[in-house]
Write a protein that binds this ligand. Structure first.
Ligand code: ADP
Ligand code: MG
Length: 477
């Protein structure tokens, strides 16, 4: 019996260790001694009442799922607390019922979790029901699904987001990890999901927070001895949206605390939505355990909108601003500005300001002048489309052929050269470069970049060809 108890406890600990920050695990779980396992009741000994309370408050969900996994659905936990040792009092026992199905379905019934009886039978502690506090969502009402234009560039992320809004926490997209370069709509989309959830489920507590703000809150909480409140606040959310999680990079303590919050919410079936400027696989300075969790649900990228989508976005913005422009002008803007939606908006603002200030109709000529000036003034990134066109022209093949499945040597090489330049000159992720070059994955792009680098070192002809192509990009810049 003793052996099985230890074995079972060891397996439970392993599960817990995998779900907690190392420091937390050492502090709260290593000192626990397994005492007995009988009739699905596991008795463990903890050093103090405070210990017991803390574990109950912070790790009960984790413990519960570990118990169920290792012992079975009827698993129960009892604590022995070493109190009043000096006075020779017997350790007393607290029983923690496992949640039944009903209380899982009804979050209001979660608490109180347990009641502890002191040696004299008096209740010494009961877990207070945490009342749902009103949480200010921080959502911006102007970023919605309605004004988020759909296109190939955002289809996956958008539809996953929409599905989540119908059933937060209930889809396999948990977390939803939205990534893409700056100005492509991550904040807009994440916010739109939050707004939709609030529309569909007014009672859900939704929080939108920028990662930077989260870090500051955490630092404040430590300073002001408010960690407990901080954790309670976050662990009670129904939906947590963290914008720009790449900001957590290199911040170990923040990652630890976020890791705990993430696990807690995820175990509870609460929805987590994250945005980042890089895919989880390319995030630097991030704990592996956290990265692996980011990949649990769905990672969806936002890429540069194609011409048609850019035009649709311009039309929508103009419509909201109550301004009309000729199609020719809209086309010209969409053709000229290929970097991000944010710049597209900047150009529209420039144009419409002109219209309002001068009370003049905007003609194509005026628009061209303004837009050209705008494009020159903004540090311009070369688009993948442009790179594709230049390289394909140079080698005399069509862009369509380059994107096709053919394995002809010269086509494969052209494709690899495009990938190489795209990595060098754009902010696109490896995944989105691959996607735009015939639906290849990020590993293929990585391989292509290595191959081309090798060729540059070993093959003189290729080197001079690439130098020539490179000039076009530099002039363009
Ligand atoms: P990111 O967070 O990725 O840097 P934002 O969400 O701040 O980008 O988007 C930049 C601007 O572009 C915002 O004003 C946003 O409304 C707009 N935008 C981005 N994508 C779209 C889209 N698909 N439809 C309409 N507007 C968009
Ligand atoms: Mg943003």
């Amino acid at each position: 019996m003793q052996k099985t108890t230890t074995e079972v406890w060891d397996r439970i600990l392993k599960y817990i260790a995998d779900n907690l920050a190392a420091q937390t695990y050492r502090t709260w779980f290593e000192p626990i001694v397994p005492v007995n396992l009988q009739d699905d009741i596991l008795t463990i000994q903890v050093p103090s009442q405070f210990y017991c309370e803390w574990i109950e408050e912070h790790y009960i969900h984790l413990l519960r799922s570990a118990l169920r996994k290792e012992i079975g659905p009827n698993a129960r936990l009892e604590y022995q607390i070493l109190v009043d040792k000096k006075k020779g009092a017997a350790p007393y026992v607290m029983r923690v019922p496992t949640v039944d199905k009903q209380s899982v379905a009804n979050p209001e019934m979660k608490v109180p979790i347990g009641i502890m009886h002191g040696p004299g039978g008096a209740t010494v502690y009961s877990f207070p029901g945490i009342n749902k506090v009103r949480v200010e969502s921080n959502l911006s009402p102007s970023y919605t699904f309605d004004n988020f234009v759909e296109g190939e560039c955002n289809r996956l992320a958008r539809s996953a987001g929409y599905a989540i809004a119908q059933n937060p926490g209930g889809t396999s997209f948990n977390p939803l990890f939205i990534y893409g370069a700056t100005g492509l709509g991550k904040t807009h989309l994440a916010n739109a999901i939050g707004v939709k959830i609030k529309e569909n489920f007014p009672d859900h507590t939704v929080l939108y927070i920028r990662a930077e703000r989260f870090i500051n809150q955490f630092v404040e909480a430590i300073k002001k001895d408010g960690m407990k409140d901080f954790m309670i606040f976050y662990q009670n959310l129904d939906v947590l949206i963290v914008d720009d999680v790449q900001e957590f990079s290199g911040k170990e303590k923040t990652q630890d605390v976020f890791f705990n919050i993430f696990n807690h919410l995820h175990l509870e079936g609460k929805q987590i939505i994250l945005t980042s400027d890089t895919p989880p696989t390319e995030l630097k300075g991030m704990e592996e355990r956290l990265l692996s969790r980011f990949k649990w649900g769905l990672s969806a990228d936002l890429s540069l909108p194609d011409l048609e989508t850019r035009m649709a976005i311009i039309r929508k913005k103009l419509y909201y601003d109550g301004i009309e422009l000729d199609d020719e002008i809209i086309e010209y803007i969409a053709f000229s500005i290929t970097t991000s939606v944010r710049e597209l908006e900047g150009a529209i603002v420039t144009l419409t300001a002109q219209n309002i200030l001068n009370k003049k109709e905007i003609t194509l000529d005026v628009a061209k002048k303004l837009i050209d000036k705008f494009v020159k003034n903004t540090a311009r990134e070369i688009s993948i489309e442009y790179i594709q066109k230049v390289v394909c022209d140079y080698y005399g093949i069509t862009v369509d052929l380059m994107k096709s499945k053919t394995r002809r040597r010269e086509v494969v090489q052209t494709r690899q050269i495009i990938m190489y330049f795209a990595k060098q000159y754009t902010n696109c992720s490896l995944a989105s470069i691959g996607q735009m070059c015939g639906n290849k994955d990020h590993a293929t792009v990585l391989h292509a970049c290595k191959t081309v680098k090798n060729l540059l070192e070993t093959d003189k002809t290729i080197r001079s060809q690439l130098e020539e192509i490179d000039k076009k990009f530099r002039i363009h810049n």
